[in-house]
Write a new protein. Structure first.
Length: 300
Protein backbone atom coordinates (compact mmCIF):
# COMPACT_ATOMS: atom_id res chain seq x y z
CA UNK A 1 0.00 0.00 0.00
CA UNK A 2 1.42 3.41 -0.99
CA UNK A 3 2.51 5.56 1.94
CA UNK A 4 0.71 8.83 2.84
CA UNK A 5 2.29 11.41 5.14
CA UNK A 6 0.21 14.05 6.91
CA UNK A 7 1.85 17.21 8.29
CA UNK A 8 -0.54 19.26 10.39
CA UNK A 9 -2.42 20.23 13.51
CA UNK A 10 -3.84 18.24 16.41
CA UNK A 11 -6.52 19.92 18.56
CA UNK A 12 -8.82 18.94 21.36
CA UNK A 13 -12.22 20.22 20.17
CA UNK A 14 -14.62 21.80 22.68
CA UNK A 15 -17.95 21.37 20.94
CA UNK A 16 -20.83 23.66 21.95
CA UNK A 17 -24.28 22.67 20.71
CA UNK A 18 -26.19 25.91 20.03
CA UNK A 19 -29.57 26.75 18.44
CA UNK A 20 -27.82 28.93 15.85
CA UNK A 21 -24.34 30.33 15.18
CA UNK A 22 -24.07 33.58 17.22
CA UNK A 23 -23.92 36.83 15.26
CA UNK A 24 -21.31 39.50 16.21
CA UNK A 25 -22.34 41.05 19.54
CA UNK A 26 -24.90 38.31 20.29
CA UNK A 27 -24.87 36.14 23.46
CA UNK A 28 -26.60 32.75 23.33
CA UNK A 29 -26.87 29.70 25.60
CA UNK A 30 -25.38 26.32 24.65
CA UNK A 31 -27.60 23.26 25.11
CA UNK A 32 -24.67 20.84 25.43
CA UNK A 33 -20.88 20.80 25.59
CA UNK A 34 -18.60 17.89 24.72
CA UNK A 35 -14.96 17.12 23.93
CA UNK A 36 -13.76 15.37 20.78
CA UNK A 37 -10.37 14.66 19.22
CA UNK A 38 -9.80 16.98 16.26
CA UNK A 39 -7.38 19.21 14.37
CA UNK A 40 -7.37 19.26 10.59
CA UNK A 41 -4.12 17.30 10.28
CA UNK A 42 -5.05 14.68 12.86
CA UNK A 43 -8.56 14.28 11.41
CA UNK A 44 -7.10 13.61 7.97
CA UNK A 45 -4.55 11.14 9.37
CA UNK A 46 -7.11 9.27 11.50
CA UNK A 47 -9.54 9.29 8.54
CA UNK A 48 -6.91 7.55 6.40
CA UNK A 49 -6.05 5.08 9.17
CA UNK A 50 -9.72 4.16 9.62
CA UNK A 51 -10.08 3.57 5.88
CA UNK A 52 -7.12 1.15 5.95
CA UNK A 53 -4.48 3.48 4.44
CA UNK A 54 -0.75 3.42 5.19
CA UNK A 55 -0.36 6.73 7.04
CA UNK A 56 2.16 8.54 9.17
CA UNK A 57 1.79 11.95 10.85
CA UNK A 58 4.14 14.79 11.74
CA UNK A 59 2.71 17.11 14.41
CA UNK A 60 3.17 18.65 17.84
CA UNK A 61 1.27 18.16 21.11
CA UNK A 62 1.47 19.56 24.64
CA UNK A 63 2.56 17.44 27.61
CA UNK A 64 -0.94 17.36 29.07
CA UNK A 65 -3.93 14.98 29.22
CA UNK A 66 -5.41 16.35 25.93
CA UNK A 67 -2.08 15.70 24.20
CA UNK A 68 -2.04 12.11 25.45
CA UNK A 69 -5.66 11.58 24.35
CA UNK A 70 -4.93 12.86 20.83
CA UNK A 71 -1.80 10.70 20.61
CA UNK A 72 -3.83 7.65 21.71
CA UNK A 73 -6.44 8.38 19.04
CA UNK A 74 -3.74 8.31 16.34
CA UNK A 75 -2.32 5.04 17.68
CA UNK A 76 -5.73 3.42 18.03
CA UNK A 77 -6.51 4.25 14.41
CA UNK A 78 -3.23 2.85 13.05
CA UNK A 79 -1.48 6.13 12.32
CA UNK A 80 2.33 5.89 12.55
CA UNK A 81 3.24 8.39 15.31
CA UNK A 82 7.05 8.46 14.95
CA UNK A 83 6.87 12.11 13.82
CA UNK A 84 4.77 13.34 16.76
CA UNK A 85 6.64 15.47 19.30
CA UNK A 86 5.45 16.53 22.79
CA UNK A 87 6.45 20.19 23.29
CA UNK A 88 8.26 21.13 26.53
CA UNK A 89 6.45 24.45 27.03
CA UNK A 90 3.23 24.85 25.04
CA UNK A 91 -0.15 23.22 25.75
CA UNK A 92 -2.05 21.09 23.24
CA UNK A 93 -4.03 23.08 20.66
CA UNK A 94 -7.75 23.65 21.21
CA UNK A 95 -10.64 24.40 18.90
CA UNK A 96 -13.85 26.02 20.16
CA UNK A 97 -16.62 24.83 17.88
CA UNK A 98 -20.26 25.99 17.78
CA UNK A 99 -22.57 23.48 16.07
CA UNK A 100 -26.05 24.73 15.21
CA UNK A 101 -29.33 22.79 15.02
CA UNK A 102 -28.87 22.77 11.23
CA UNK A 103 -25.45 21.08 11.60
CA UNK A 104 -23.53 24.20 10.52
CA UNK A 105 -20.43 25.18 12.48
CA UNK A 106 -18.08 28.02 13.30
CA UNK A 107 -14.58 27.32 14.65
CA UNK A 108 -11.98 29.30 16.60
CA UNK A 109 -8.59 27.59 17.03
CA UNK A 110 -6.08 28.36 19.80
CA UNK A 111 -3.00 26.71 18.19
CA UNK A 112 -0.85 26.03 21.30
CA UNK A 113 1.82 23.44 20.47
CA UNK A 114 0.82 23.38 16.77
CA UNK A 115 2.56 26.75 16.45
CA UNK A 116 5.86 25.09 17.46
CA UNK A 117 5.78 22.54 14.62
CA UNK A 118 8.77 24.21 12.99
CA UNK A 119 11.02 23.45 10.00
CA UNK A 120 13.56 22.02 12.48
CA UNK A 121 11.15 19.25 13.48
CA UNK A 122 10.45 18.52 9.80
CA UNK A 123 14.22 18.36 9.12
CA UNK A 124 14.71 15.93 12.02
CA UNK A 125 12.00 13.61 10.68
CA UNK A 126 12.68 14.16 6.97
CA UNK A 127 13.33 10.43 6.54
CA UNK A 128 9.59 9.84 7.08
CA UNK A 129 9.03 11.36 3.62
CA UNK A 130 11.13 8.62 2.00
CA UNK A 131 8.99 6.41 -0.20
CA UNK A 132 5.85 8.45 0.54
CA UNK A 133 3.57 8.82 -2.48
CA UNK A 134 1.34 11.59 -1.11
CA UNK A 135 1.73 14.36 1.48
CA UNK A 136 -1.35 16.07 2.99
CA UNK A 137 -0.90 19.51 4.47
CA UNK A 138 -3.14 22.36 5.75
CA UNK A 139 -2.62 25.86 7.20
CA UNK A 140 -3.10 25.38 10.98
CA UNK A 141 0.70 25.21 11.36
CA UNK A 142 3.35 27.92 10.72
CA UNK A 143 3.65 29.09 7.12
CA UNK A 144 7.45 28.62 7.00
CA UNK A 145 6.91 24.97 7.97
CA UNK A 146 4.40 24.56 5.12
CA UNK A 147 6.89 26.13 2.70
CA UNK A 148 9.66 23.82 3.90
CA UNK A 149 7.46 20.72 3.56
CA UNK A 150 6.49 21.70 0.00
CA UNK A 151 10.18 22.06 -0.83
CA UNK A 152 10.99 18.58 0.55
CA UNK A 153 8.06 17.08 -1.35
CA UNK A 154 9.31 18.63 -4.57
CA UNK A 155 12.82 17.22 -3.99
CA UNK A 156 11.54 13.76 -3.07
CA UNK A 157 8.83 13.73 -5.75
CA UNK A 158 6.00 13.29 -3.25
CA UNK A 159 2.62 14.46 -4.61
CA UNK A 160 1.09 17.17 -2.41
CA UNK A 161 -2.60 17.40 -1.51
CA UNK A 162 -2.90 20.90 -0.06
CA UNK A 163 -5.96 21.90 1.97
CA UNK A 164 -5.58 25.71 2.37
CA UNK A 165 -7.55 25.91 5.64
CA UNK A 166 -7.85 28.25 7.42
CA UNK A 167 -7.19 30.22 4.21
CA UNK A 168 -4.63 32.99 3.81
CA UNK A 169 -3.34 34.50 0.56
CA UNK A 170 -0.50 32.29 -0.77
CA UNK A 171 2.61 33.14 -2.80
CA UNK A 172 2.47 31.88 -6.39
CA UNK A 173 5.68 29.83 -5.85
CA UNK A 174 3.81 27.73 -3.28
CA UNK A 175 1.14 26.79 -5.80
CA UNK A 176 3.50 25.95 -8.65
CA UNK A 177 3.34 22.28 -9.69
CA UNK A 178 1.07 21.38 -6.78
CA UNK A 179 -0.62 18.06 -7.53
CA UNK A 180 -3.96 18.87 -5.87
CA UNK A 181 -5.43 21.89 -4.07
CA UNK A 182 -8.66 21.31 -2.07
CA UNK A 183 -10.27 24.57 -0.86
CA UNK A 184 -13.92 25.16 0.01
CA UNK A 185 -15.83 28.11 -1.47
CA UNK A 186 -14.69 30.59 1.22
CA UNK A 187 -11.09 29.47 0.98
CA UNK A 188 -10.85 29.79 -2.81
CA UNK A 189 -12.26 33.33 -2.49
CA UNK A 190 -9.39 34.25 -0.18
CA UNK A 191 -6.82 32.66 -2.52
CA UNK A 192 -8.24 34.47 -5.56
CA UNK A 193 -9.33 38.04 -5.00
CA UNK A 194 -12.03 39.84 -6.94
CA UNK A 195 -15.55 39.01 -8.01
CA UNK A 196 -14.72 36.20 -10.46
CA UNK A 197 -16.99 33.13 -10.71
CA UNK A 198 -15.94 29.86 -9.10
CA UNK A 199 -14.84 28.47 -12.46
CA UNK A 200 -12.83 31.62 -13.23
CA UNK A 201 -11.14 31.40 -9.82
CA UNK A 202 -10.22 27.75 -10.49
CA UNK A 203 -8.81 28.73 -13.91
CA UNK A 204 -6.74 31.48 -12.23
CA UNK A 205 -5.18 28.80 -10.01
CA UNK A 206 -4.61 26.45 -12.96
CA UNK A 207 -2.76 29.32 -14.66
CA UNK A 208 -0.48 29.43 -11.60
CA UNK A 209 0.38 25.79 -12.42
CA UNK A 210 -1.72 23.95 -9.87
CA UNK A 211 -2.38 20.61 -11.60
CA UNK A 212 -5.80 19.79 -10.11
CA UNK A 213 -8.27 21.77 -7.99
CA UNK A 214 -11.24 20.33 -6.15
CA UNK A 215 -13.54 22.95 -4.63
CA UNK A 216 -15.78 21.38 -1.98
CA UNK A 217 -19.30 22.81 -2.09
CA UNK A 218 -20.99 21.19 0.93
CA UNK A 219 -24.39 19.71 0.11
CA UNK A 220 -23.88 20.77 -3.54
CA UNK A 221 -20.98 18.31 -3.91
CA UNK A 222 -17.72 19.49 -5.47
CA UNK A 223 -16.09 20.86 -8.61
CA UNK A 224 -12.95 19.39 -10.21
CA UNK A 225 -10.86 21.63 -12.46
CA UNK A 226 -7.76 20.54 -14.38
CA UNK A 227 -6.36 20.72 -17.90
CA UNK A 228 -9.07 18.30 -19.08
CA UNK A 229 -11.75 20.86 -18.11
CA UNK A 230 -14.29 21.34 -15.34
CA UNK A 231 -16.58 18.66 -13.88
CA UNK A 232 -19.17 18.76 -11.10
CA UNK A 233 -19.89 15.84 -8.74
CA UNK A 234 -22.89 15.47 -6.42
CA UNK A 235 -22.63 15.08 -2.64
CA UNK A 236 -23.54 11.66 -1.22
CA UNK A 237 -27.14 11.53 0.04
CA UNK A 238 -26.79 11.95 3.82
CA UNK A 239 -28.54 14.28 6.28
CA UNK A 240 -26.23 16.67 8.22
CA UNK A 241 -26.12 16.44 12.01
CA UNK A 242 -22.68 18.07 12.36
CA UNK A 243 -20.50 19.06 9.39
CA UNK A 244 -17.29 19.35 11.50
CA UNK A 245 -14.52 17.30 9.89
CA UNK A 246 -16.42 16.78 6.61
CA UNK A 247 -13.69 18.48 4.57
CA UNK A 248 -10.99 16.51 6.41
CA UNK A 249 -12.71 13.18 5.84
CA UNK A 250 -13.27 14.06 2.15
CA UNK A 251 -9.50 14.61 1.80
CA UNK A 252 -8.73 11.39 3.70
CA UNK A 253 -11.03 9.50 1.32
CA UNK A 254 -9.40 11.10 -1.71
CA UNK A 255 -5.90 10.22 -0.51
CA UNK A 256 -6.77 6.59 0.22
CA UNK A 257 -8.49 6.08 -3.14
CA UNK A 258 -5.62 7.74 -5.03
CA UNK A 259 -3.04 5.68 -3.09
CA UNK A 260 -4.95 2.61 -4.28
CA UNK A 261 -4.33 3.81 -7.87
CA UNK A 262 -7.86 5.00 -8.63
CA UNK A 263 -8.32 8.01 -10.92
CA UNK A 264 -9.49 11.38 -9.57
CA UNK A 265 -13.13 10.85 -10.62
CA UNK A 266 -13.39 7.53 -8.75
CA UNK A 267 -11.51 9.01 -5.77
CA UNK A 268 -14.01 11.91 -5.59
CA UNK A 269 -16.97 9.51 -5.58
CA UNK A 270 -15.40 7.49 -2.74
CA UNK A 271 -14.45 10.66 -0.80
CA UNK A 272 -18.01 12.01 -1.11
CA UNK A 273 -19.37 8.95 0.68
CA UNK A 274 -16.68 9.19 3.38
CA UNK A 275 -17.60 12.86 3.97
CA UNK A 276 -21.33 12.10 3.77
CA UNK A 277 -21.07 9.49 6.51
CA UNK A 278 -18.98 11.87 8.65
CA UNK A 279 -21.71 14.52 8.81
CA UNK A 280 -24.24 12.03 10.22
CA UNK A 281 -22.50 12.07 13.64
CA UNK A 282 -21.28 14.70 16.13
CA UNK A 283 -17.55 15.45 16.55
CA UNK A 284 -14.59 15.32 14.19
CA UNK A 285 -12.65 12.09 14.80
CA UNK A 286 -15.53 10.19 16.50
CA UNK A 287 -17.59 10.59 13.32
CA UNK A 288 -14.98 9.38 10.80
CA UNK A 289 -16.19 6.14 9.14
CA UNK A 290 -14.18 2.94 8.78
CA UNK A 291 -13.72 1.11 5.48
CA UNK A 292 -16.39 -1.52 6.22
CA UNK A 293 -19.03 1.17 6.80
CA UNK A 294 -18.11 3.06 3.63
CA UNK A 295 -18.17 -0.19 1.63
CA UNK A 296 -21.76 -0.83 2.78
CA UNK A 297 -22.75 2.23 0.74
CA UNK A 298 -20.25 2.19 -2.10
CA UNK A 299 -17.66 -0.17 -3.55
CA UNK A 300 -14.66 0.99 -5.55
O1 LIG B 1 -11.77 20.71 10.16
C1 LIG B 1 -12.29 20.54 11.44
C2 LIG B 1 -11.24 20.82 12.47
O2 LIG B 1 -10.88 22.20 12.38
C3 LIG B 1 -11.66 20.63 13.90
O3 LIG B 1 -11.46 19.32 14.35
C4 LIG B 1 -10.86 21.68 14.64
O4 LIG B 1 -9.91 21.16 15.51
C5 LIG B 1 -10.25 22.57 13.58
O5 LIG B 1 -8.91 22.30 13.41
Amino acid sequence: MKKIIVVGSLNMDIVLKVPHIPAPGETILATNVSLAAGGKGANQAVGIGKLGGNVCMLGRLGQDPYGQELYDSLEKNKVNTEGIVFDDDLPTGNAYICVSDKGENSIVVNPGANSALDPEQIKKYEWLFNEASYCLIQLEIPKDTVEYVLQICQEKKVKVIFNPAPAKPLKDELLKDLFLLVPNENEISILCSGSATLEEKAKELLDKNVQNIIVTLGERGCMLANKEGIQYFPAAPFEAVDTTGAGDSFIAGLAVALAEDNNLETAIKFASYVAGLTITKVGAQPSLPDRKTVNCYINI
